[in-house]
Design a protein around this ligand. Structure first.
Ligand code: FFO
Ligand code: ATP
Length: 201
């Protein structure tokens, strides 16, 4: 194994452990703090179709953001593992009536049958989960390459066009500058319970 992969593996283990160690009361505070960070962003205010996720493995919870979206008539979507195309995501509408099932990782997702889905490029904003981030928009995920593959089309688009990608994390998931791989899709920023780290300064 190369030194770089070793580094990623260790960082993943360390950050996943740190976020899992947060107490329920801290998780709830962070979920509220995250909403306070997000609702101020123009990128969020202007967006109508927004993809989020349901938290797992100690991830910061976007559930307060989901409630806020519903209250203000924004449509939420959840990622669903693509049944055929390897390591890609589909985005399915998520409403109060949506029934959820566990995917292979034990993360809740809407079932695919008959559900209205939206192509990745037609989402206004994607609030994506991550394991570690840096202030330049670098992201380390769970290692499946799901988001990188699904949003690979962004590499050929002008930066300011199309679907906007913002990472969500606990502030403690901030790392020193992460080495970017050729396939990594840069984030335009990362929102935590404390701040918004704008990578486009
Ligand atoms: N809440 C949430 N939903 C998400 C993601 C995410 O990171 N968080 N994903 C972001 O991509 C996708 C799922 N990707 C995932 C990739 C790996 C593992 C995982 O737990 N891996 C195990 C080993 C896997 C195995 O059993 O083979 C591990 O590392 O312990 C989980 C989710 C789509 N949905
Ligand atoms: N656009 C792509 N095309 C083909 N393979 C890709 C692409 N993007 C990523 N991969 C592959 O996916 C694997 C996992 O990538 P990486 O470790 O960067 O995932 P991650 O961003 O941490 O995971 P996730 O996006 O699921 O949270 C790598 O081996 C990489 O080669």
């Amino acid at each position: 194994m190369t030194q770089a992969t070793d580094f990623k593996k260790n960082l993943r283990r360390q950050m996943r452990k740190a976020r899992r160690s947060l107490k329920p009361v801290q998780q709830r505070q962070h979920a509220r703090g995250l909403l306070a960070t997000i609702r101020r962003l123009t990128q969020f205010r202007r967006s109508q179709n927004i993809a989020l996720y349901l938290p797992s493995d100690g991830e910061i919870s976007p559930e307060e953001v989901i409630h806020y979206c519903r209250k203000f008539g924004k449509q939420c979507y959840l990622p669903v593992l693509h049944p055929v195309r390897h390591n890609r995501l589909w985005f399915i509408a998520y409403n109060k009536e949506t029934v959820l099932v566990n995917n292979i990782y034990g993360i809740k997702e809407p079932p695919l049958i008959k559900a209205p889905r939206r192509p990745a490029w037609a989402l206004d904003l994607v609030l994506l989960p991550l394991v570690a981030f840096d202030e330049e928009g670098g992201r380390l995920g769970m290692g499946g390459g799901y988001y990188d593959r699904t949003f690979a089309f962004k590499q050929s688009w002008r930066k300011e066009r199309g679907t906007r990608l913002i990472g969500l994390a606990h502030d403690l998931q901030k790392a020193d500058r992460l080495k970017t791989e050729s396939w990594d899709i840069p984030l335009e920023g990362v929102a935590t319970e404390k701040s918004f780290y704008n990578a486009r300064r």
